[in-house]
Design a protein around this ligand. Sequence first.
Ligand SMILES: [Zn+2]
Length: 119
Amino acid sequence: MKRKQVIRLFKKMAKELGLENVKIRIVPMKSKVASISFKTRTLRLNRNAVKVLNEEQLKFVILHELIHIKVKDANHGSLFLKELRKRYSEEEIEQIELGIIEAFIKEKISNSKFHSQST
Ligand SMILES: [Zn+2]
């Protein structure tokens, strides 16, 4: 996807979740697909992810990170899972996450962690 499209997608998802004052930065990252900062309400998205993931996968990554901000939880607690499961079934989650890992392996980008947060 193009950078512009990713930013548009981000804005759309943020609006859907009722989130204001959230920002996105597309940056080079070594080993993560994305990360978030609760303090600055900023989602950092790996530049390579933009390159190798398709729209559905990017949407999932962005939504995943935005839900962390929405529920104010860095972990995957019950509130987090409730929000995610409003939009995806268990099977879909599994399938999309697998696809993301596969896309990264294909591109030989190290992907030891799906993502992480800083507070
Ligand atoms: Zn997460």
